[in-house]
Structure formats: structure tokens, C-alpha cells
Write a protein that binds this ligand. Structure first.
Ligand code: NIG
Ligand code: FE
Length: 442
């Protein structure tokens, strides 16, 4: 018996294989061979070696014990850049793109983001909620337990507020933790073509105060790009956002180099996102200002392009690098974060460890939530993934598939996909009382 008080827990998840805490001080995987995670009331209270758990953790009578064999355990994925609430789709536009039309050309002709804006404005809140819920469900299937959701397909005050209200309702009702970002400056809507500054006035003088007053968003984002807003306009939006207490984020250097990364540093953005065309000065600016780079290789891939963000140069400069899907109807219609990991490996030269930390801890950093999600450590939410594989190197290697066997969110089992494969590893062997309790909770 040990001489110190044991941690009380109502959930323990164990493996004889790799446990990736993603909490190592060096920013690495924090790999434990044969590990356990214990939680109480949805919060992690203990992480360590499986044998040590016998000594240091005390389980309540109806605790859920989950023996995962030798399967990999890792933190829930944090999706830190997505556009999951919109009307319609762009499947037809995708066909135009793959047969020769260009993304910017379609946008200039009034398609692209504007075509989704038209369908979103015409959709009822109920439909938008149903669609948003479906997308978050798809994400949860892939182990995404925290989702940043942007507005940006309304582009008038009422439609933007409606989108943010739908996102708030998703946060109240979906198992995932949902973080809202106001993206009123996503593009200049058709009715303001040629009058971008007037539209920026609307964003700054009308939308932002309403969003802030209703406390509908934590972050404010802007698409800083030739086809959207220039540096001065982007700066105006982000500075105003800060005055209203929203934290700045920025879509920067996605389709061309435009100084967006430097602007991110100047306004002390929490993150700069895309960065496919960032240059040396931009990298230095992010490193100096401590801004997280959110890389979205799925968007480059799905646009049929080859100019990926310089991930290794960013890492070498000391910039924290997060990876996310950018799930949206135009540039990345995929909710599979592990596919993004494979693309990041193949085209950006990231290792499996860099990908996994990028999808979890670094993505949490891009939301200012490193103390809450993205790693397995005491005090974090008990958001735990059980993978079907016994080797984490399979994550980028076995590509385009869903490697997730089970998902715990706040200590609750919210997905168990294991039965279809090798046979009910998570649900089996659960004490009767825990089964009944989980059933009620879910
Ligand atoms: O992140 N870059 C701007 N926004 C999205 C694209 C949105 C769309 O095409 O509908 C992006 O790639
Ligand atoms: Fe985006």
C-alpha cells in the first residue's frame, strides 16, 4: 500500500500498448508503453503506467473499467478551424473545378463562398441546426471532441447572428465542446461589390457590437486575401474585434502571399491559419509573437494544388504548428483529421508525432484551450480516443480510413465503433451498474 492518498476515480481506461499523453514538456508525444487514464466526473485525475494505477487510483464501486488490450490511447482531436454550418453544397462546383475552372475565377463570378451564402440565407434555422449537428456527428465519429465553428456564410447582420445562434445551440446540445468564431469578414457579399470598405463598416459598426453584446463568439476571424479583404481592412476588423473583447484569428496567406502572417503578429492573434504562401518574414513574425500556425493541408489538396505551407520551416523557427480539417463546402469537404495528417506527412514532411501533437495539443493552443483539452493530464477534460490500431505510426500510414474504435467525451462513452471490427472491446466486461449509469447519462 502506498503512503499517499489514492486518486478517487469513476472511470479508468487502460492499455498494454501505447498511451500518447501529448502532454510532454518537450512538446512531443509523451509516450507511455502500457498506460492508464483515470477520471472523475468527466475530468482526468490521474495518468500513468498501468501497473502503477493499481496502487495510486481508487475506483468507486460502479466505476467503468475499460481494458483496451494493446490499442493506442490518445487525447480527443481538437478541430480548431472549421466552417460546419451552411446551406446547400458545392458538389457541382467541385466538378467545374476538376474540369478546369479555378477557385478564384468561380468566386469572382459570384460563385464559391457567395453561392453558399445564398443557400445559407435561404435556409431555416432548423435546417441549419440539423446540418450542423450532422457535421459535428461525422466529426465525432473521427474522434473530434472539440470543434471551432465559424460563421461567415451569412454576410448580413441577421444571417450572421442566426448562424452564431445555431452554433451556440450546437454547443448546448452536442456532445462535442463547441467554440464559436465570428467570420463576418469572410468575403465581400455581391451587394457590396466594389464597396468593400462600406461592408467593413457594416462588420465593425453593426455586426461586431451585436455579436459581442449577445456573447455569441469567442474569436473573430477575417479572410485576408486578394479575393476578400486587404491588409488595412483586415486590420480594422481585428482591432475593432479586440475592443469588443473578441480574440483575433486570421485566414492568412492562403492563396497568395499578402503579409497576413505579419498582421497576425501585429494584432497578437491567437492563431494564423492556412499560411500556404507564408514567406520567411512571416515565419519570423509568427515566431517572435508566439502565434500558433494552423495548417490546413486538406484545402490545398482539395483545390488540386501543390503549394503547401512550409510546416518544417515553421517548426524549426519555433512556431507551434496545429493541423485541422478546415471542413467546409468549398475547399475541404472532409471531416477526417487523420486524412489531413497523411497529407501533412506526404506533402509537408511532418512525422507521425508532429501530426498527432498538431491535431491535439497544438490545436488546443490555437483556441487558447491548452489547459482544458488536447492532452491527457490531470485537470483536462476526459476526452479520450481508443484507436483500433496497436501502433500510432498507423495513423498517417493507413490513410483515408477511420482508425477510431471508441470515443470518450468528458468521461462518457459517446462512440463505440469497436464491435464491428474485432469485437466490443469497450462495451464488454463493463459492470452492470456502470452500464445502467452510462445508459441514463447518454
Ligand atoms: O478556409 N478561405 C476562406 N474560407 C474557406 C473557404 C470557404 C469556401 O470556399 O466556402 C477556407 O478555405
Ligand atoms: Fe477556413
Amino acid at each position: 500500500m502506498s503512503g499517499f492518498p489514492r486518486q478517487q476515480a469513476d472511470l479508468i481506461v487502460t492499455t498494454d500498448g501505447p498511451l500518447l499523453t501529448c502532454a510532454a514538456p518537450d512538446g512531443g508525444l509523451g509516450l507511455l508503453e502500457g498506460g492508464a487514464v483515470a477520471a472523475r466526473d468527466g475530468v482526468i485525475v490521474w495518468v500513468g503506467g498501468k501497473a502503477q494505477a493499481e496502487v495510486e487510483v481508487s475506483l468507486s464501486e460502479d466505476a467503468r473499467r475499460v481494458d483496451c488490450g494493446s490499442r493506442v490511447l490518445m487525447p480527443g482531436v481538437v478541430e480548431c478551424h472549421s466552417h460546419p454550418v451552411f446551406g446547400g453544397d458545392r458538389a457541382g462546383e467541385f466538378q467545374m473545378r476538376v474540369t478546369g475552372s479555378d477557385y478564384e475565377e468561380i468566386a469572382r463570378a459570384g460563385g464559391g463562398i457567395m453561392s453558399t451564402v445564398r443557400e445559407t440565407r435561404a435556409a431555416s434555422p432548423e435546417l441549419l441546426l440539423e446540418r450542423g449537428r450532422r457535421h459535428l456527428d461525422w466529426m465525432l465519429d473521427y474522434g473530434i471532441t472539440t470543434v471551432e465553428a465559424k460563421s461567415g456564410y451569412g454576410l448580413d447582420t441577421d444571417s450572421e447572428l442566426r448562424l452564431l445562434e445555431v452554433i451556440a445551440e450546437l454547443g448546448r446540445t452536442h456532445p462535442a465542446t463547441v467554440v464559436a468564431t465570428f467570420l463576418g469578414a469572410h468575403t465581400v457579399p455581391l451587394e457590396y461589390r466594389g464597396r468593400a470598405d462600406d461592408y467593413v463598416d457594416l462588420v465593425v459598426e453593426e455586426m461586431l457590437p451585436r455579436v459581442a453584446e449577445a456573447e455569441l463568439a469567442r474569436f473573430c476571424d477575417v479572410f485576408c486575401e486578394d479575393v476578400a479583404f486587404n491588409l488595412d481592412q483586415s486590420r480594422r476588423v481585428l482591432q475593432a474585434a479586440k475592443e469588443y473583447g473578441l480574440l483575433p484569428k486570421i485566414h492568412a496567406d492562403q492563396l497568395s502571399a499578402g503579409g497576413g502572417a505579419q498582421l497576425a503578429a501585429e494584432v497578437q492573434a491567437v492563431s494564423a491559419e492556412h499560411l500556404d504562401y507564408i514567406d520567411g518574414a512571416g515565419i519570423a513574425a509568427l515566431a517572435e509573437a508566439g502565434v500558433t500556425a494552423v495548417l490546413l493541408p486538406g484545402a490545398v489538396f482539395f483545390l488540386g494544388r501543390t503549394h503547401y505551407a512550409p510546416a518544417r520551416a515553421l517548426l524549426e523557427a519555433g512556431v507551434p504548428v496545429a493541423i485541422s480539417t478546415d471542413f467546409n463546402p468549398g475547399t475541404c469537404y472532409s471531416e477526417n483529421p487523420f486524412l489531413m495528417g497523411t497529407i501533412a506527412s506526404c506533402y509537408m514532411g511532418l512525422s507521425a508525432a508532429q501530426v498527432i501533437v498538431g491535431l491535439t495539443r497544438r490545436a488546443a493552443g490555437a483556441l487558447g484551450m491548452e489547459e482544458e483539452v488536447g492532452s491527457l493530464a490531470p485537470g483536462r477534460r476526459a476526452d479520450i480516443l481508443v484507436l483500433e490500431s496497436e501502433d500510432y505510426l498507423d495513423l498517417p500510414y493507413h490513410f483515408g480510413v477511420n482508425p477510431v474504435a471508441a470515443v470518450f467525451k468528458n468521461g462518457r462513452l459517446v462512440r463505440d465503433r469497436s464491435g464491428g471490427g474485432r469485437g466490443g472491446l469497450v462495451s464488454a466486461g463493463k459492470p452492470q451498474a456502470a452500464e445502467a449509469k452510462a445508459g441514463r447519462a447518454e
